[in-house]
Design a protein around this ligand. Structure first.
Ligand SMILES: [Zn+2]
Length: 377
């Protein structure tokens, strides 16, 4: 008997197991970054005062996304300038594998909630987000995203609904949010609505400037801004260029006019979309666009000296796995294991004063409580 087992084991090792492993899951995809981008070393500020916090969310971004982008860019990312690293547990109240609604609500409000909920607790009660709490303390707040504003992550910071699919209702909450700077897509649901409301007019009545193209955003010098230059999502990275970085820096400069400081959320929104569609090429383009935005934000924060930057994700999307590659060629070979989100802790990177508070392993909700405490909200 022992001999038979040995033979079977031997055969398995020789042939069957490798064959099985080669055929397991989805086919692999190869991506090569033809033109790597430059990355600089950023010297962190020395002071300890925290006046501002910038929370950056890569929607669906796991260590695999980061390491794949790092490999494709020949072993360098702006993200490598982070000073401390932690791990965040992303499960939500009623499911192990969260969605952006519940995942972002945890980051925005400090409470785990039900799958598909935005900005409400498990009973459907509206929760105050970091944006709202900052306003209550006399600080300014803002968001910049590349997706439509009814998408879950931006909605988590300004809107309240048990069902993220109630998009037409969700966007009306932006009118009463009190936020100082918004940049994103999704103008389609702000006007010509079935209920007859014109949300742009309502925002203007609340002293918002509502620029509808980038030139007009650029020309704003002060005051409250609600900028939606696109009907739905912003264009793909190859077409929009460094739009997210520009929109983020514009927001930072406007919010920074408040002597009491600010809270800002910046999202690389569409990593998630290409994780869902298992499109490695577009996923890497979005991940690297987000990384370059991180570079601009870290440079701004280093110069400011009183700004803490926290960079994380709400969950992983696509079950991305790097199975081969070449650092010198900037080549990656990856597989996806799902069209949905997967269950894994996501990294939390931090830079600037207070960044040491983000090392360790903790719940996604703790990111909110740490920021709240550090900003004295
Ligand atoms: Zn998400």
């Amino acid at each position: 008997m022992k001999k038979e087992y040995l033979i079977i084991t031997f055969l398995l090792i020789l042939g069957i197991l490798p064959a099985l492993s080669q055929n397991s899951g989805c086919p692999s995809q190869t991506y090569i970054l033809d033109h790597p981008y430059q990355v600089e070393k950023i010297t962190p500020p020395k002071g300890h005062k925290i006046k501002n916090v910038i929370l950056m969310i890569g929607d669906g971004m796991s260590l695999m996304h980061v390491y794949s982008a790092w490999t494709a860019n020949r072993g360098k990312l702006w993200l490598d300038n982070s000073q401390y690293i932690g791990l965040s547990k992303t499960y939500c109240s009623n499911r192990l594998i969260t969605d952006s609604g519940a995942g972002g609500t945890a980051l925005a409000t400090g409470y785990k909630t039900n799958y598909h909920s935005v900005g409400v607790d498990t009973n459907g009660k509206p929760l105050k987000s970091l944006c709202t709490l900052a306003k209550e303390k006399g600080k300014s707040s803002g968001i910049a995203v590349t997706c439509r504003l009814w998408d879950a992550t931006p909605a988590d910071f300004c809107c309240h609904n048990v069902d993220r699919d109630q998009e037409m209702a969700i966007v009306t909450d932006y009118v009463d949010c009190g936020i100082d700077y918004v940049f994103g897509g999704g103008a389609a649901y702000f006007e010509n609505r079935p209920d007859g409301r014109d949300l742009f007019k309502e925002l203007q009545n609340k002293s918002y400037q509502t620029p509808r193209n980038w030139e007009d955003v650029e020309n704003v010098k002060n005051g409250k801004v609600f900028a939606i230059p696109y009907e739905k999502d912003t264009p793909i990275p190859a077409e929009r260029g460094d739009l997210l970085a520009r929109a983020s820096l514009k927001g930072l400069d406007l919010l920074n006019q408040n002597k009491k400081g600010f809270f800002m959320m910046i999202e690389g929104s569409q990593l998630d979309d290409y994780g869902h569609s298992n499109d490695l090429d577009m996923l890497m383009q979005e991940t690297m666009d987000f990384d370059r935005t991180i570079g601009e934000v870290l440079k701004w924060a280093a110069k400011d000296g009183e700004t803490l930057v926290v960079i994380t994700a709400d969950h992983e999307t696509g079950g991305l796995t790097l199975v081969d590659g070449d650092l010198n060629e900037g080549k990656i070979v990856c597989k996806f294991s799902t069209n949905e989100h997967s269950g894994v802790m996501v990294p939390v990177y931090s830079f600037g004063p207070g960044s040491e508070n983000f090392s360790g392993i903790y719940e996604n909700t703790d990111i909110f409580w740490k920021i709240k405490k550090l900003l004295k909200l």
